[in-house]
Design a protein around this ligand. Structure first.
Ligand SMILES: Cc1cc2nc3c(=O)[nH]c(=O)nc-3n(C[C@H](O)[C@H](O)[C@H](O)COP(=O)(O)OP(=O)(O)OC[C@H]3O[C@@H](n4cnc5c(N)ncnc54)[C@H](O)[C@@H]3O)c2cc1C
Length: 385
């Protein structure tokens, strides 16, 4: 470590990193660090929070289980323990992540929030800036996730509401909402699962469904819907697979349009590929909607002091509002340049995409790494002088 001056001539800590800098210690960051290590390349992970897999540890609800079967969510070179169920709980997933980091001796540098990353054409190095350091490396791997920041929509009048308003990233359990009337804004996987969790605590959730949504059973004939789709896609065109999934969904779940959950015109997989919008995999919310325990309401026109006015003219009182309005990436706010730049975990294919990205990036960097080390065996020590 050394010291250098920033653009305002202040002395700051500088560190030349041997190998790539990886930003983010979620599953993608850990996977790529492990793959690099398997290829003999060291790396350094910078993570803004104080733990690995912070999305899973700090921003998800207690009852969360993996949406997809475990074989689609494990990371390269280390499988889930055999005794884990088909859909591991979030606690099991976190313990797997911790064993993964331990197994590959990955020690991220925590509390390092990346504020800027810029490629310097003159030196051929990336300069990555955090609140108290500047790091330099030939390679930058962005693994900050598609879910880095909560999306908080502008809803007319929300500032007038007297009760609590929270995003699902801070929702832990329905125990805080017992017997309350809760407005849940959003009907994706999080909106559905939070509404279901609220029912379990005798709360009365009203779920706002503004857009169309595909709901599929989590399993078809005892096999996960995701596995069925993946298998069929090997043999059949996408349009036909979508038709098949919708036929089985209509047969097992019934016509969801009648419940106020209109299906999009585009099929579930085609929509996912085109827009990244995942279908909801039903884990029980639909039966609560059918039983009238979760009320489906149309778009919100306005939030009032004690509740909400809806597009259909109805007005209701609520005790709390939960925004199940999703997440977005924060990369555009701090990244500049493209040389030696890699991204892992942005393919909208979840943990399955993470694993294949990590393996490919590690191979590519490893090739360059061995070439540079052959030509300039002492390049790093020279740069530090
Ligand atoms: C409720 C929920 C359930 C999900 N269930 C599944 C599932 O069953 N199967 C599946 O495949 N996917 C699932 N996903 C998607 C899931 O987010 C990803 O598959 C997985 O967590 C992606 O890992 P990642 O490492 O790319 O991103 P993340 O897990 O989001 O990790 C990114 C890390 O980068 C850090 N970071 C962000 N910005 C900065 C910065 N500027 N500086 C430093 N560090 C930064 C963050 O703190 C975080 O630790 C789920 C997502 C949610 C929200």
């Amino acid at each position: 470590m050394g010291s250098c001056k920033d653009e305002d001539r202040n002395e700051i800590n500088c560190l030349f990193v041997h190998g790539p800098i990886i930003i983010g210690a979620g599953p993608s960051g850990l996977a790529v660090a492990a793959c690099l290590q398997e290829n003999g390349v060291p790396s350094l992970i910078l993570e803004r929070s104080d733990c690995i897999a912070s999305l899973w540890q700090q921003k998800t609800y207690d009852r969360l289980k993996l949406h997809l079967p475990k074989q689609f969510c494990q990371l390269p070179f280390l499988n889930f323990p055999k005794n884990f169920p088909k859909y591991p709980t979030k606690h099991q997933f976190v313990s797997y992540m911790e064993s993964y980091a331990k197994h590959f001796s990955i020690e991220p540098k925590f509390k390092q929030s990346v504020l800027g990353a810029e490629f310097d054409n003159l030196t051929g190095f990336w300069m990555v800036k955090t609140q108290d350091f500047q790091y330099f490396s030939r390679w930058l791997i962005v693994a900050t996730g598609e879910n880095a920041e909560p999306v908080i929509p502008e809803i007319h009048g929300i500032e007038k509401f007297q009760g609590p308003v929270m995003h699902t990233s801070v929702y832990k359990s329905g125990s805080e909402f017992q017997k309350q009337r809760v407005l849940v804004v959003g009907c994706g996987n999080s909106g559905m699962e939070v509404s279901l969790d609220l029912c379990r605590y005798n709360a009365s959730p009203h779920m706002v469904v503004r857009n169309s949504v595909h709901i599929l059973p989590r399993e078809m004939f005892g096999v996960s819907t995701f596995s069925v789709a993946m298998a069929l896609l090997k043999w059949l065109p996408l349009g036909l697979v979508d038709k098949f999934l919708l036929m089985v969904a209509n047969f097992t779940l019934g016509n969801t349009d009648r419940l106020g959950l209109r299906r999009p015109k585009t099929g579930p997989i085609e929509l996912k590929n085109a827009t990244g919008k995942s279908p909801v995999l039903d884990v029980g919310a639909l039966s609560q909607i059918k039983a009238g325990k979760i009320k489906v309401v149309e778009g919100v026109k306005e939030i009032t002091k004690n509740g909400a006015k809806f597009m259909d003219g109805q007005e209701r009182e609520f005790d709390s509002i939960i925004l199940a309005t999703g997440y977005k990436s924060n990369v555009p706010s701090w990244l500049k340049g493209e040389n030696g730049l890699y991204a892992v975990g942005f393919t909208r294919r979840g943990l399955l995409g993470t694993s294949s990205d990590a393996v490919k990036i590690a191979r590519d960097v490893a090739d360059q790494w061995s070439m540079i080390n052959k030509i300039f065996p002492d390049i790093d020590t020279k740069l530090l002088k």
